[in-house]
Write a protein that binds this ligand. Structure first.
Ligand code: 1HN
Length: 353
C-alpha cells in the first residue's frame, strides 16, 4: 500500500517521501545514476590479476588428463584452461581471452566442430598432429602458430605414437560478453589420412616476400594463411635482432593479403629478448596472454614480478604496466585483444620509462 505523502513546512519532501520514490524506482526496474558510485572510474576497474602458470604443472596435469579422461568427454577436447584467480572461478585467463593447454594422445582424434569464438594454437612440444581447418590439413610442430578463425571447421588428429601438447587461445570471453556465441558439431569422425607437409593455405598464401596470388580470392574477416611456421618466425626475429640496438626484437603475424592482424579479435606476436636485455615498460588497455617459448626471464606485471622458464604462461590484465628482463636469451609468443580495442576506437598505450 502506498504510504501517505508528507510535505515539510519548508516545502522539501519528507524522508519517507524520498524512500517511497526509491521504492517506486526499484519496482519499475530502474536505477538512479546518482546512487551508482564508481560506475565511471578514472581507469579500468580490474578483476583479473597479473598471474603466471608454470609449465611443469601444466604439463604434468595435461599428461594426467591424457591418462584419466577420454577424449570424447568435456567438449571433445582435452583442454585445461588457465583460470585467472581474480575472475571468480571462471575458466578465463583474462577478461577477454581464454588460454589453455590441450593434450592429444597417440592415435587420438578431437572431432570436428566450429564456433564463432576464434581460436589459435601455438605448439610447445611434440610432433605429428595435424589440424583440419575448413577441409585443409595443417601439420603442427613446435613454434608454429595455427589459426582456426571464427566459424571455421576444425578437428585435430594425432596419427603418431607420441602425445602432443599445445597452447590454445580463444576470444571466448569477449565473444560471450557480446552475446555472439554460436557452436555447431561437425560430421562424424574422419579417418586419419596422409598429410602434405604444407597446407593448401600455405602453398597459396605462405610464399613470403610479399607475394600473393594475382587473382583476388574473396576476402574474409581473417587471414587466408592458417599456419605461420617457426622457421620463418625464427629467421625473421634473427634478422630483426641483428638490426636492433637494444637486444630486443618483435614481430607481428599478419594476413599476407592485407598486412592486418591475423584475426579481427586477436593480435599475435613473437618477442625475442637477449640475455641481460629488457623491453620497454608500458601499459595498454585490453589484455594479453603470453607463452615463454624459449629461455627464461623476469617479467614485471603491475606490482608483481614472475620468474619464467620455458613453457610458462602468464596473463597481463588491462592497464597493468609490463616489461620483460631476460635472464637467458628468451622468446615469447603473445596474443592480445588489441585489434578489437583498436577497431572500437578504445585502444590506449602509455610508455612508462
Ligand atoms: C575448442 O574448440 C578447442 O577446437 C580448444 O581445439 C579449446 C575452448 C573452449 C571452447 C572451444 C579446439 C576450446 C574450444
Amino acid at each position: 500500500m502506498a504510504s501517505p505523502k508528507f510535505t515539510a513546512p519548508d516545502g522539501m519532501p519528507r524522508k519517507n517521501e524520498v524512500d517511497e520514490f526509491y521504492d517506486s524506482v526499484a519496482e519499475a526496474d530502474l536505477q538512479p545514476l546518482w546512487t551508482q558510485m564508481g560506475i565511471m572510474p578514472e581507469t579500468p576497474p580490474l578483476a583479473a590479476i597479473p598471474y603466471a602458470w608454470k609449465w611443469k604443472t601444466l604439463k604434468e596435469l595435461a599428461e594426467r588428463s591424457g591418462e584419466l579422461i577420454p577424449i570424447d568427454r568435456g567438449g571433445d577436447r582435452r583442454v585445461l584452461s588457465l583460470s585467472n584467480p581474480g575472475l571468480a572461478g571462471q575458466p578465463f585467463a583474462t577478461q577477454t581471452l581464454w588460454g589453455a593447454v590441450q593434450y592429444l594422445g597417440p592415435g587420438e582424434v578431437a572431432p570436428a566442430h566450429r564456433h564463432t569464438a576464434a581460436a589459435l594454437r601455438f605448439v610447445i612440444e611434440g610432433s605429428g598432429v595435424w589440424t583440419l581447418v575448413n577441409g585443409d590439413p595443417v601439420p603442427m610442430a613446435p613454434g608454429d602458430l595455427v589459426l582456426t578463425p571464427c566459424w571455421s571447421w576444425h578437428e585435430h588428429h594425432n596419427p603418431g605414437n607420441t602425445p602432443m601438447i599445445w597452447f590454445d587461445a580463444l576470444d571466448l570471453p569477449l565473444v560471450r560478453s557480446l552475446d555472439a556465441i554460436f557452436f555447431e558439431n561437425g560430421p562424424d569422425r574422419m579417418v586419419n589420412r596422409a598429410v602434405d607437409p604444407a597446407s593448401r593455405s600455405e602453398l597459396t598464401f605462405g610464399n613470403g616476400a610479399g607475394l600473393v596470388p594475382f587473382e583476388e580470392s574473396e576476402k574474409q574477416a581473417f587471414s587466408p594463411l592458417f599456419a605461420y611456421r617457426w622457421k620463418d618466425t625464427d629467421r625473421t626475429l634473427t634478422t630483426l635482432m641483428k638490426l636492433s640496438n637494444d637486444g630486443t626484437a618483435a614481430l607481428k603475424f599478419v594476413d599476407p593479403t592485407r598486412g592486418i592482424d591475423v584475426m579481427p579479435t586477436m593480435r599475435c606476436s613473437m618477442h625475442r629478448v637477449s640475455a641481460g636485455a629488457s623491453t620497454r615498460k608500458f601499459r595498454r588497455n585490453g589484455s594479453s596472454i603470453w607463452v615463454t617459448y624459449r629461455g627464461s626471464a623476469i617479467v614485471s606485471i603491475g606490482e608483481d614480478r614472475f620468474h619464467l622458464d620455458e613453457g610458462d604462461m602468464f596473463a597481463v590484465p588491462s592497464w597493468c604496466s609490463f616489461s620483460i628482463e631476460a635472464t637467458q636469451d628468451a622468446d615469447f609468443f603473445c596474443t592480445s585483444d588489441a585489434p578489437a580495442m583498436e577497431a572500437l576506437g578504445l585502444a590506449r598505450t602509455e610508455y612508462l620509462d
